[in-house]
Design a protein around this ligand. Sequence first.
Ligand code: C2E
Ligand code: CA
Ligand code: CA
Ligand code: CA
Length: 390
Amino acid sequence: AGRQRALFCLDLDNFKVVNDTLGHPVGDALLCRVAARLLAFAGEGFVARLGGDEFALVIDDAGRSLDRAATELLRIIGEPCVIDGHRIVPGTSIGIAIIDGPDCDPVTLTKNADLALYRAKHDGRGGYRFFEPAMDAEARKRRQMELDLHDAIAGGQLSLMFQPLFNLSEARVSAFEALLRWNHPTRGLVSPADFIPLAEDTGLILPIGEWVIREACRAARHWPDHVRIAVNVSPVQFRSPGLSAVILQALAESGLAPHRLELEITESLFIDNPAATLSSLHGLRDLGVRVALDDFGTGYSSLSYLRAFPFDKIKIDRSFIMDLLSSDGATAIIRSITTLAEALGMETTAEGVENAGQLDILREQGCSHIQGFYFSKPISEAHVAAMLHD
Ligand code: C2E
Ligand code: CA
Ligand code: CA
Ligand code: CA
């Protein structure tokens, strides 16, 4: 086997810390540190900054494998550094394209490394991927879907379904969660799990999210006073400066009382910039809306932020409910979450309850609300009205 050369494209993951500070001392100092590490690593090789927090370098494997080079690079960049009293652990994702002979032109090479980088980022932070030809097709599909998603907003292809949350002690519905649906003209119903990530990447989540909030408030305005509407707020939307204004406008035009709107956010918001997240949360709280912590237990669960912000509700992720009948450990986890929530004055909702056995355990373990197919699947707005008038 001969020597192999490859183009490595890097994107710093946790530069969110610095996004606000790019062009400021901390951000610039971190970029310099990372650049210095890259230069040291590349030796005689070539390093370039592609802009923002992206870099490219050409690696000559010189006997070691490219996999080893990538692993080493991840380790070296990931070494913590202290800047201005802040301890920062720079994370990165890497996309790799092999340089093999004269027919590999620089444009294709860069594009390929970039596609591999996109994959690496989406497979989770801190990894690397080699370019594969299938990534071209994926990228084309993504672009088409992006175009289609533009049309979806304008063309009225989006709609909401509503899934009830059931209050166990009051034995009645306490809220409905708005769940987005995309009725694509040829593909049919596209799941939010398939298009929300794309909408987040492209920024389309902002107009889509705004539409969801307005539509959800409009739908809920004639429901009985004790019935709330819960809306999922994506991290991208949460960090956008316009969120408060969108909420205020939706409340004003629908006439919905603020306390009847519940925003569901996820734990991931606390990794990148906990301080900014906390201050945004307090800003939302000042509007009078409620805030729930969604998918609890899946991400970066930390008790410190439960103490730092008084959430109205914790939604226990479905994965724990699924394990209830087969594992005692799952029951113990539910118990500790409900105990903690009660001590902190927060409600709990168990997500994805599918059978009576799970319900019995949840009730025993002090869970205050349930949501799931056992009680009801997501239903249309017309069905909500029927359910509420029964
Ligand atoms: P989520 O917020 O955790 O919503 C609950 C998901 O679990 C929904 O899937 C719901 O249909 C499903 N589900 C409810 N009960 C059960 C059950 O008993 N068994 C099983 N197997 N599943 C159950 P859906 O509607 O496909 O939504 C998936 C995810 O997409 C949501 O997860 C949420 O993260 C996201 N999403 C949905 N609508 C919106 C939206 O308007 N904005 C944003 N940003 N995200 C949304
Ligand atoms: Ca980045
Ligand atoms: Ca949710
Ligand atoms: Ca959830």
